[in-house]
Design a protein around this ligand. Sequence first.
Ligand code: DC
Length: 226
Amino acid sequence: MERKIIIAIDGYSSCGKSTLAKQLAEKLGYFYIDSGAMYRAVTYYLMQNHIDRTNEREVASALKNIHIHFQYNKVNNRNETYLNGEMVEDAIRTLEVSNAVSPVSAIPAVRDFLVEQQKHMGNRRGLVMDGRDIGTVVFPDAELKLFMTANKDIRANRRWLELKEKGMNLPLAEIVKNLESRDHEDTNRAYNPLRKAPDAIELDNSFLTQEEQLNVVLHTIRELVV
Ligand code: DC
């Protein structure tokens, strides 16, 4: 029996982290956790409850009222995010939330609150988690760490298509602006910024198909687990 490992995937916004993570989880029979969905759910809660997101104390005190869990929906074959019992998988993907999430995720109390829950999810091996600090902070002992990058225009185009398929037709320029500002904020925040872990494998998928990318990573995993 092959041993089960933790796969930590980090990288810039819209690099295809979640696509790869989902494919790996499916192939390997692992759990998949989208840590970005947790930061989005916190942001969504703060927006819905009109909490001043620039007031760190108010945000920190709201956290005790936030419960996030994931549930697999077999009808549409996706892991859905629940906030206090309500399914918010689509509500947390709007551009409004995307534009507000980076400053919220820079607040140390928010990060500590979510990182603690994420670490617990790794108690059982056989997990793929994607985000910005998974290989550096959440699972510094992950057996496989990937750091994904891709050309910015290619990323923006992919994001535009993804949103269009969900019925959200947004100007490409707005998406480029959102990606640029999130990359900047995620890389430059003081607490747990986006960094490539020294032992992470860098994967630039600008010119790789999803299938090619999956095969490269599966090959690496096979070498690791035997
Ligand atoms: O992966 P995503 O684009 O859905 O993530 C949304 C935001 O959450 C991203 O701009 C930064 C933040 N995030 C983070 O700070 N740390 C993580 N581990 C995951 C996401």
